[in-house]
Structure formats: structure tokens, C-alpha cells
Design a protein around this ligand. Structure first.
Ligand SMILES: *Cc1c(COP(=O)(O)O)cnc(C)c1O
Length: 433
């Protein structure tokens, strides 16, 4: 399998090279030359199989011809070693796909660990150290730091918007030390993302300091995320004979693109809905306006504070035109007041406590039910509520128990260095001058 750039002005390359490159040289994002459709019998045979086994089946076609093909199974065993339960909620047909049982309690642990496994396996002993540069709106940085912490041959540099992540998130970004460095940037997530993209496109910097990204623009992040959707959908159909419709809380569109990939591969996924916070870029586009990237506004669902979703380019690439794309996906935009009220009501209505991101998805589901929709839906629970105690606890009036992974992180000391929104400063920091 070969991989091409969404902008069509870069040569096609192998998976190994696409994983290392991150961004294509024409500024585009790598996508598979085609999305393989699995045999219906193979898909059926995956029902009730372990997540690792489903992941190998989903990812194998993309790894054909890669030097990593023989290692795919062991990479999946390490990356997918915590469960992604599809939990039935109170109302018939309502489900929560819980993706927050990993080391940093957000769905990004799966993909970060998978990418780390791939990049480690691609290294040889005499390769120079590689810097993983990651812009984060809160959770990516911690997941990537945890996945690469103390991995030989790698350094992680995290850029996050100062004051726009929760205290627990900030702690989780700065608590690693060793080969992980965190910078709190005096700007928005989009500023962080722009700085990272500029560094990745800077050939002279990359000569001096081999650099790649672990953001959701990386194929090594996108592809593995298809695995948990595939598993949820085959298991659901085996149990209930129905396709599973999905609501994905969305910021940079990485997780949503993975759901689309799983659906295109033939897994029994029905409708895909995206829930966003108050940032209007996606909802306005899907309502028929031109695509208009802009600065992000800060919301309670901060890991989705994105005004210029980088994976939009992939979404557009996969559909013939705007009309086809608008028919394939729906978007619900959810403001902070609604997020608050959903969190406050959830213990009574759904018998769960959602994080603010998951709450946007839950709101979309409640609206569908109000409109009389009877289909089976899963809301993707993207993070554990204990990462957002400052927001969630006062709304639900109870203390949220910390999962053991977050407790372990809380015990480490934490700190980050300040960085202005200025490329020269970032470059100096990366070169250690
Ligand atoms: C990153 C993140 C999102 C958004 O995911 P995208 O792939 O960027 O769309 C939603 N919720 C949480 C908790 C996240 O960390």
C-alpha cells in the first residue's frame, strides 16, 4: 500500500516513510492511496474478538509492504492493552464508547502508543535522536509524553496554550521530565499548531534536528483509531443485529476521520455525527457556508478548542465535493451553557458523569431522541471526567474518584517553560541554543 498527499503535489511514499515524515512536503496530509474494503466474512469473524485482534485485522492492509508488517501484531498488543467498552446506558439504544481507560485517561492514548511503537520499530541504533514535536489542546501532549517517555532515541517537545488547559491537564503535560520538555505558549492552540507546522516545514531545522510530529495529522495516529470503532460496531451487530450509529466529540477531526475510515472499510457503522463545542468552523461549513478557518475560542471542552481543524483536508479529500461531504456527516455545535446543563443532568438521566467533551456528544444524542430517533447510537466518551474535576464536580455535586493512572501522574512534580508565539524562539529552543 502506498500513501499520497491530500494536496496531490508530493510523490507517493511507503507507510514507513509517511510515518516518519508526519506532514507531506507539499504541506498536505498523507492518506492511503485507497481505503481497502474488508471481506464481509472477515468482518463478521471479528465479532467478540479481543481489541488487539480487531486492530491487526483493520491495520494489516495498510501495513502490506511495510517493514513493520511482521511487527504489527506486537505493536498492537502494546498499544491496545486496555479495554474500550461499549456501555449500554439507561435508555434503550443509548451507548457510551469509553475510550478513557489508558495511562492518561483520554482516547489519545491508543494512537500515541501505537505511533510510538511504530516509530521505535523503525529506528536503527545509529539513527540520530528524533524530536517528536507536538502541539496540544490538552490531552494529546500527555498521551504522547506517556507513550514516548524514556523511549531510547526520542525526545518529546510539547507546545500547549498557557492558561487554556485544565490544571490536571497542565500537570499531565509537565510531569514527565527525562526526554520530555513542555512549553506553555502565550497563545491559542491554533498558534501552537502553526508553530509546530512551521518547524516541520523548515528543512534547515530538520537537517540539524530530526523532527517529526505526533499530532493527528500523523497517519500513525489516524489509522489505529479505526480499530475501536470497528470492534464496537462488529460486537454491537453480533449482539443486536443492528448497525451502530456514532456521535464523535470533535476538534481537529482526527477521531472522526478514523470513524469514517472504519465505515468505509465495511464495518457496520451507520450515521456519523460530530459534536463540536462553540467553535463554529465546522457547523457553519456543514450548514452550507464556505469553509472558514479562524482563531479558536476557549470553551469548557478545551481539547476541542480548534478553529482550523487540520484533518478537514482529509475529510475533503475523501469526498467528491462539498455536497457529498455534507451528506455524509452531520455536525451539532454545543455551547458552554449546554455543556454545563448536560453534565449536571447526566447522573440522573444517563447514570454517568461525562467529561465536558463527552457532554457535547451526549447533548447531540438527547436531541436525536427528542426528535423521535429510535436507532442505536454510541456517544464516544473521549476523556475521563476526573481530568476536569474543577468543571465537573461543582455541577454534579460529588467528588469524582481518580483512576489509578491519574493518581500516579498527580504524584510526580510538574513544570513547563514559557514560550512566546514566535517561531525564532521555538527554533532556538529546539536547537538548544
Ligand atoms: C483531542 C480530544 C478531542 C477531539 O478529538 P479530535 O480527534 O481532535 O477531533 C475530544 N475530546 C478529548 C477529551 C480530546 O482529548
Amino acid at each position: 500500500m502506498m500513501f499520497v498527499s491530500t494536496r496531490g503535489k508530493a510523490p507517493e511514499i511507503t507507510l514507513d516513510r509517511a510515518l516518519i515524515a508526519g506532514l507531506a512536503p507539499d504541506g498536505g496530509l498523507y492518506v492511503p492511496e485507497s481505503i481497502p474494503v474488508l471481506d464481509a466474512a472477515i468482518i463478521e469473524s471479528l465479532a467478540r474478538q479481543p481489541l488487539t485482534r480487531v486492530a491487526v485485522a483493520v491495520l494489516s492492509p495498510y501495513f502490506s509492504g511495510s517493514s513493520l508488517a511482521a511487527k504489527l501484531e506486537s505493536i498492537c498488543e502494546q498499544a491496545f492493552d486496555f479495554p474500550a467498552p461499549l456501555r449500554a446506558l439507561r435508555r434503550d439504544g443509548d451507548h457510551l464508547l469509553e475510550l478513557f481507560h489508558g495511562p492518561t485517561a483520554a482516547f489519545k492514548d491508543y494512537a500515541a502508543r501505537f505511533l510510538a511503537g511504530c516509530l521505535s520499530a523503525l529506528r536503527t541504533d545509529d539513527d540520530p535522536e528524533t524530536t517528536i514535536l507536538v502541539a496540544t489542546s490538552g490531552d494529546t501532549g500527555a498521551a504522547v509524553a506517556a507513550a514516548f517517555h524514556r523511549r531510547p532515541g526520542f525526545r518529546v517537545v510539547i507546545l500547549y496554550p498557557d492558561g487554556r488547559v485544565s490544571p490536571a491537564q497542565a500537570h499531565g503535560l509537565g510531569c514527565w521530565g527525562d526526554n520530555v520538555q513542555a512549553f506553555r505558549v502565550a497563545g491559542s492552540f491554533d498558534d501552537c499548531q502553526r508553530l509546530a507546522k512551521q518547524a516541520l516545514a523548515d528543512e534547515s531545522l530538520r537537517q540539524a534536528c530530526p523532527l517529526t510530529t505526533a499530532n493527528s495529522i500523523s497517519l500513525g495516529r489516524l489509522l489505529p483509531q479505526a480499530a475501536y470503532y470497528a470492534k464496537a460496531a462488529v460486537d454491537h451487530r453480533a449482539a443486536h443485529g443492528e448497525v451502530l450509529n456514532l456521535i464523535v466529540p470533535t476538534g481537529n477531526l482526527g477521531n472522526a476521520c478514523a470513524a469514517l475510515v472504519a465505515r468505509r472499510m465495511g464495518f457496520p457503522i451507520g450515521e456519523l455525527r460530530l459534536a463540536t463545542n462553540a467553535n463554529p468552523t465546522l457547523s457553519e461549513y456543514f450548514d452550507g457556508d464556505d469553509y472558514q478557518p479562524r482563531d479558536a475560542i476557549a470553551t469548557l471542552a478545551n481539547a476541542m478548542d480548534v478553529g482550523a481543524p487540520s484533518n478537514f483536508e482529509r475529510l475533503r479529500y475523501w469526498y467528491a465535493d462539498d455536497k457529498a461531504l455534507r451528506e455524509a456527516v452531520r455536525v451539532d455545535r454545543v455551547d458552554d451553557d449546554t455543556i454545563r446543563s448536560v453534565i449536571g443532568d447526566a447522573p440522573g438521566q444517563e447514570a454517568i458523569i461525562p467529561c465536558p467533551h463527552t457532554a457535547t456528544g451526549l447533548h447531540a444524542l438527547r436531541q436525536l431522541r427528542q426528535e423521535g430517533d429510535q436507532r442505536d447510537w454510541a456517544v464516544v466518551a473521549t476523556a475521563h471526567p476526573a481530568k476536569f474535576t474543577g468543571i465537573v464536580e461543582p455541577l454534579v455535586g460529588q467528588i469524582i474518584a481518580q483512576p489509578p493512572s491519574l493518581e500516579a501522574m498527580a504524584e510526580r512534580p510538574s513544570g513547563a517553560e514559557p514560550l512566546p508565539v514566535d517561531y525564532a524562539s521555538l527554533k532556538a529552543a529546539l536547537l538548544g541554543v
